[in-house]
Write a protein of this length. Structure first.
Length: 278
């Protein structure tokens, strides 16, 4: 290699290393969009969207009821087939030409019903780990809930109920190793302790509304006694009148716990410093 070529190569390597360091020192951004929908922006700028019920969600900020306003979506995750988690996912998958990662049997129904083509509905399941974008790892974990797909048959114009697979939560590991545990819809179960011990999440996105999921008291117990995690963002409350649990109740049941509760408002962005920049 000639001296000039070598110098150019070294400059390119240095520039790449600098850009990589800047990306890894950028904060992780978590934006709650109501119910269980989040827009997560990784240190390297990858956009992850979870459980996108946006257009009909009474809590979603108006700007995000237009799906294009989310910008480019790199990773799309759906925890189960209920409408308040799945409703806008197929449209987002098609808009961004990005696969919708969901429980395996749910995506089998999605393909069989013609909702999405196979290449946009990959199958994986609990303990399965995928890398849907460079540097982003997602592992499906247990959730204690139910799952069906309610689909309007275009031939009859009637709603039909189809197999939705078993619901899951997600461990989302970002480029720098920062881990987010999106619990999906779930009630209490003892293996929450195993999930915390094994995957060691840095922050948990936790349902607190009750009736269909953890209520405020159960959620506080899970946070303090089973997960024992550093930080939590409450979700899945305030959008359905049957889920009566409130943020104030959850904070009250947390008492004097040292776990940091982020009382996010819909549309608010919460920033977390990456592990390498702490």
């Amino acid at each position: 290699m000639r001296p000039l070529q070598f110098k150019v190569l070294m400059c390119l390597v240095a520039a790449f290393s600098c850009l990589q360091a800047v990306a890894q020192s950028a904060p992780t951004q978590v934006q709650w969009l109501g119910q269980s929908a989040f827009k997560i922006t990784s240190p390297a700028g990858k956009v992850i969207v979870t459980d996108p019920w946006l257009k009909a969600n009474p809590l979603t900020p108006v700007e995000f009821k237009t799906l294009e306003n989310l910008g480019k979506v790199d990773v799309l995750l759906v925890s189960h087939g209920h409408l308040d988690h799945f409703a806008d996912a197929p449209a987002l998958a098609k808009l961004n030409n990005v696969p919708m990662y969901a429980p395996g049997d749910m995506n089998s129904s999605v393909v069989a019903l013609g909702i999405l083509p196979p290449e946009l509905a990959p199958r994986f399941n609990k303990t399965g780990t995928v890398e849907p974008a460079p540097g982003i790892k997602v592992t499906a974990v247990r959730a204690e809930h139910s799952s069906v797909i309610v689909w309007k048959n275009p031939a009859t114009a009637k709603d039909e109920t189809h197999v939705g697979g078993e619901p899951v939560g997600f461990i989302i590991e970002l480029e720098d190793g920062f881990k987010i545990y999106h619990m999906g819809d779930t009630g209490l179960f003892g293996d929450m302790k195993f999930i915390a011990d094994y995957y060691k999440p840095d922050v948990v996105l936790m349902p607190i509304g009750g009736n269909f999921t953890l209520g405020p008291q159960e959620a506080a117990y899970a946070a303090k006694e089973l997960l024992k995690i550093p930080e939590v963002i409450p979700m899945h409350y305030g959008a359905n009148p049957l889920a009566k649990g409130t943020l104030a109740q959850f904070v009250g049941f947390m008492g004097t716990s040292k776990i940091k509760v982020h009382p996010a408002k819909p549309g608010e962005v919460i920033q977390f410093q990456t592990k390498k920049s702490k």
